[in-house]
Design a protein around this ligand. Structure first.
Ligand SMILES: Cc1cc2nc3c(=O)[nH]c(=O)nc-3n(C[C@H](O)[C@H](O)[C@H](O)COP(=O)(O)O)c2cc1C
Length: 290
């Protein structure tokens, strides 16, 4: 008897439920009801419904999903830029063989520290050679690609290494570019850039007082032509790999080094002559004698 009663009451309520559903779809319902229907992670909103910060958006919009991967495959990608950069008219200086063997990797890991004060003793060319090799030296070949000391997503190697030479034996002060294929450096600009690199590095004196300051600069489309926007994440990850190689090599050579992410982008980009869009500086790394 009671069951029949409940069924009757529910039947009476059905037109009201239908009306409410109609109102929801017609958008007459209060705003907060509509917000509840929104995806918690919309392209612009956080799980709390707040507007995403640029950092949140970068991470969120480069999250991989199977659906996203298919969408990414269909999206127009940039052209593949050349794999190697060279300064054809620049003076090229060969470097000594990078055949140093020092402490074990375990010792270097234990000893590695960020060091910001260096003596005035110059670095040797041999040390510079070893450090450049650690950063991006060629260690093998695969289908015509030069494999390096640091890993790279898809073996696409977005990084170019520049060096501000402040105090290296038998090497004029200036800005040099590392030519990976022949383990040589190309003189991009001759001159004393100690003040300019310090200024561009937000007055971090370590950048001008080093023997050499390494500049890690990325050509984004080398990765994006294949991996789309997610490739941007790979670029930053790779900077970390290269940086740690420089740290450990400097430690093993008995030198001091620190990575520096604090710098004025426009000034550092201008210093090495890159546009800051297709190619931009990601990291700085001074190295000096103790
Ligand atoms: C992404 C990143 C950016 C950094 N930027 C700077 C920097 O601009 N200047 C600096 O002196 N140290 C910088 N550091 C070094 C840290 O201060 C250092 O690693 C930290 O204090 C830990 O010390 P340790 O490296 O000796 O273990 C940076 C480190 C990282 C990982």
């Amino acid at each position: 008897m009671q069951n029949i009663d409940i069924t009757r009451r529910l039947r009476k309520l059905m037109p009201i439920a239908a009306l409410l559903t109609g109102l929801i779809f017609a958008g007459v319902l209060p705003a907060q009801e509509k917000e509840k229907k929104q995806e918690p992670f919309g392209p612009e909103l956080t799980a709390e419904g707040e507007k995403m910060s640029i950092g949140d958006r970068f991470h969120h919009e480069t999250c991989a999903t199977w659906g996203g991967a298919i969408g990414d495959m269909l999206r127009k990608k940039p052209e593949k830029p050349p794999q190697y950069k060279s300064y054809k008219d620049a003076k090229k200086i060969g470097l000594p063989e990078p055949n140093y063997s020092g402490m074990t990797v375990e010792e270097a890991l234990k000893k590695r520290r960020s060091i910001r004060n260096y003596s005035t003793k110059p670095l040797t060319k041999k040390q510079l050679s070893q450090l450049l090799f650690a950063a991006q030296g060629v260690t093998g070949k695969m289908f015509g690609t030069a494999l390096r000391t640091a890993p790279s997503a898809g073996a696409l190697y977005p990084f170019e290494i520049y060096v501000v030479v402040n105090n290296v034996q038998d090497l004029p002060r200036g800005i040099y570019h590392y030519s990976v294929l022949d383990h040589a450096i190309e003189l991009v600009k001759v001159g004393d850039f100690r003040d300019q690199i310090t200024d561009a590095g937000m007055k971090q004196e370590t950048l001008g007082k080093s023997g050499a300051t390494f500049i890690l600069s990325a050509i984004f489309d080398r990765v994006r032509y294949k991996y789309g926007e997610r490739g941007m994440r790979f670029v930053y990850m790779e900077a970390g790999h290269i940086s740690q190689n420089i740290y450990l090599q400097a430690t093993s050579l008995g030198l001091g080094s620190v990575c520096a992410g604090a710098f004025l982008d426009e000034k550092v980009n201008k210093l090495i002559g890159v546009d800051g869009q297709k190619e931009a500086v990601i990291y700085l790394h001074p190295v000096g004698c103790l």
